[in-house]
Each structure stands twice: as structure tokens, then as C-alpha cells.
Design a protein around this ligand. Structure first.
Ligand code: GDP
Length: 196
């Protein structure tokens, strides 16, 4: 897919205020600092479209972008911020759960995982919730350039092995590097296929 246009539409905290659900929607989520903004900017080819997080935890809103007038890309607030209060964490949970369950045009959730890390409880819990709720999702392993190719491959394989302890069927996954611009075509082609 060629990205001809990517524009910011709105930020809000309520599903009811999201744009009318007339186009398929793809949401991106992950732990703070996982590389979500960098990935979104790489996918859209627009540096600065999603704000890279100099202040973790700052954006607790659902951010909609319109791509090629054909689909929505949604930047969801991340989880796992160390400095966030219990109260805002609970608020985050409510907003995200509501969004994931109610957003009728949600085609797929991209769950971002730092490819250097061993499986972490918040990610596993989130994946578990998506699976249990039947919400379509795929995994995106980020920052693959930070390791040698074989090390990245090893990490991804052991991550998937961990998931296999719980799930019979593994989710589709992508390995990306925003720094080296890898994984872009694979993700965009996947979205194009789902949109068909
Ligand atoms: P966010 O908090 O998930 O939106 O993460 P950011 O996109 O702001 O990235 C967090 C940090 O990781 C920044 O310092 C980025 O420059 C860095 N980063 C993000 N993606 C990559 C990548 O693919 N490779 C490398 N080497 N660094 C990355």
C-alpha cells in the first residue's frame, strides 16, 4: 500500500466521540517507550505525526489519524508507565477496555512488544484479554535493529513459545525497526489485505 495522505483527525477519551465508524480502524498499543510513535511515523512516512514520548504517560487519549481517506490509524495510550498513579491507571483501563469492546469498526489491534525484552506480565495480560474477548490482534516486535538478526529471531521465537503455553493458535507477528525502516511493507500489505 502506498500512503498518499495521513492526517490527524482528533484526540478524545470517549468512544462516543470518536469519528463515525464508517471506515476500518487499526489501533496501535504497547508499553511506554516501546517505539509506538516511531512505528506510526515510519508507517505513515510522516515524522512527527505521532508525538514521540519525551514525557511518558502524557498522552492518555485515543488519537485518530485518517489514512488515504480509506482507514483510520489509532494511536492508543500505552500501559506500564512507572510514574502513573493507580487512579489514572484505572481510568486508562476503563477507557481502553471500553474502546476495544465497543468500537465496531475496529479491524485489528497491533500490540507492540520491544523485541529485546523477555515476555512481561502487562503485555501477556493484555494479550490474554484480547484473546479471551475475541478481539482481533497481531504482534509487532519493535527495535529489531538493536540486536543482531539471530538474537532478534531467538527472542521472537521464545516469546511466541511462551504464548503457546496458553494459546493453541499463535497470533500473526511482524518484526520491525523504525530506525532501519523494516517491517513497513509487511504491515501495510497486511492492512491492505484486511481492508479488501
Ligand atoms: P513510544 O513511547 O512507544 O511512542 O516510543 P517512541 O517511539 O517515543 O520511542 C522510544 C525510544 O525508542 C525513542 O528514543 C526512539 O528513538 C527509540 N526507538 C523507537 N523505535 C526504534 C527502533 O526501531 N530502533 C531504535 N534503535 N530505536 C527506536
Amino acid at each position: 500500500m502506498i500512503i498518499r495522505e495521513a492526517k490527524f483527525v482528533m484526540s478524545n477519551s470517549r468512544v462516543e466521540q470518536c469519528p463515525p465508524p464508517t471506515l476500518p480502524e487499526y489501533a496501535f498499543i504497547g508499553r511506554s517507550n516501546v517505539g509506538k510513535s516511531s512505528l506510526i511515523n515510519m508507517l505513515t512516512g510522516q515524522n512527527g505525526l505521532a508525538k514521540t514520548s519525551s514525557l511518558p504517560g502524557k498522552t492518555q487519549l485515543i488519537n485518530h489519524f485518517l489514512i488515504n481517506d480509506q482507514w483510520f490509524l489509532v494511536d492508543l495510550p500505552g500501559y506500564g508507565y512507572a510514574k502513573v498513579s493507580k487512579e489514572s491507571r484505572a481510568q486508562w483501563g476503563k477507557m481502553i477496555n471500553y474502546y476495544l469492546r465497543k468500537r465496531e469498526n475496529l479491524a485489528c489491534v497491533f500490540v507492540l512488544i520491544d523485541s529485546r525484552h523477555a515476555p512481561l506480565a502487562p503485555d501477556l495480560e493484555f494479550i490474554e484479554m484480547l484473546g479471551t474477548e475475541g478481539i482481533p490482534f497481531v504482534l509487532v516486535f519493535t527495535k529489531a535493529d538493536k540486536m543482531s538478526g539471530s538474537r532478534a529471531h531467538q527472542n521472537v521465537t521464545s516469546y511466541l513459545a511462551k504464548l503457546q503455553e496458553t494459546w493453541d493458535e499463535l497470533p500473526r507477528h511482524f518484526v520491525t525497526s523504525a530506525a532501519e525502516k523494516t517491517g513497513r511493507d509487511e504491515i501495510l500489505n497486511f492492512i491492505e489485505d484486511v481492508n479488501r
